[in-house]
Design a protein around this ligand. Structure first.
Ligand code: BT5
Length: 251
């Protein structure tokens, strides 16, 4: 049977890397093609947003990065990360039967506990040579219940599904979901559709939140996501548009 995938076909699986995002970003700068997918069993320096770390013991998570070369403006970059988040969400539903929600901007959570994180990084922004690496970490079998999991406020798919989940099957489902949405990046209505779809499964909207910015913290109610994926927060009349921050869901 021919592979129905056309974009995400070149999958490179490593035993260990510092970071799948770091590897793919470097390769992107050297001209590697859109659709290259990098997976690692373990990462020695897994990256989160804002210089944070992604923790994953060997073989305990799906650690994958996908390369996109979309022809988009910087203001539309959120749609690429949104595609990655939606693909991860669809994959955990398909393979593990888990209905995850999104914590803005790109975490997958179940009952406000983090199952997966997404980190999008770029090179060549503002040029004809834009490359966007979308890195996704999904907890498969770690953290086990215990201090680590509690400290991270993390959960894994095995626990949620009540059975072992196969990382390869999860990867296949994720790539299929990414492939199906890839054409949406090519026009404005498709990109808007990705943001709308993400907003529709974002648990942050409607929640009372604490927004943590460098040097400033404020409270409000998250009311919507704008067309760029920014979070609109109501402060009791005044509205603020949050572009990059940490948001904490409050009860
Ligand atoms: C993220 O950052 O959630 C993005 C994580 C992206 C990881 C993937 S793995 C493949 C690819 N290659 C990389 O190097 N990175 C990507 P952020 O929103 O900043 O969240 C990071 C925070 O999540 C940390 O500071 C911890 O509090 C928490 N955390 C770390 N590891 C975790 C885990 N395994 N499960 C749940 N939470 C975790």
């Amino acid at each position: 049977m021919t592979d129905p995938r056309r974009t995400f076909t070149d999958v490179r699986w490593f035993g260990e890397l510092d970071s799948t995002n770091a590897w793919l970003l470097e390769a992107a700068r050297s001209g590697i093609a859109e659709g290259t997918v990098v997976v690692a069993d373990r990462q020695s320096a897994g990256r989160g947003r804002l210089g944070r770390r992604w923790e994953s013991k060997p073989g305990s998570g799906l650690l994958v990065s996908l390369l996109f070369r979309p022809r988009i403006e910087a203001g539309d970059l959120f749609s690429v990360a949104a595609l990655g988040t939606l693909a991860a969400r669809e994959a955990v539903a398909a393979v593990a039967g888990v209905d995850a929600r999104v914590k803005w901007p790109n975490d997958l959570v179940v009952d406000d506990v983090k199952l997966a994180g997404v980190l999008s990084e770029t090179s060549g922004i503002g040029t004809d040579d834009l490359a966007v690496v979308v890195g996704i970490g999904i907890n498969l079998s770690w953290p086990a219940p215990g201090p680590d999991a509690t400290a991270l406020n993390a959960v894994c798919l095995d626990t949620l599904a009540g059975r072992p989940i196969d990382g390869k099957a999860l990867l296949e489902a994720l790539l299929d979901a990414a492939e199906a949405r890839r054409p949406m990046l090519d026009d404005a209505s498709g990109r808007a559709g990705l943001i709308r779809e993400l907003a529709g499964c974002t648990a942050t909207i409607g929640r009372h939140v604490r927004v943590e910015l460098p040097g400033e913290t404020f409270f409000g109610t998250a009311v919507s996501m704008d067309e760029h994926g920014h979070l609109v927060v109501d402060l009791g009349g005044d509205r603020r548009v949050v572009t990059a921050a940490d948001v904490v869901h409050l009860r």
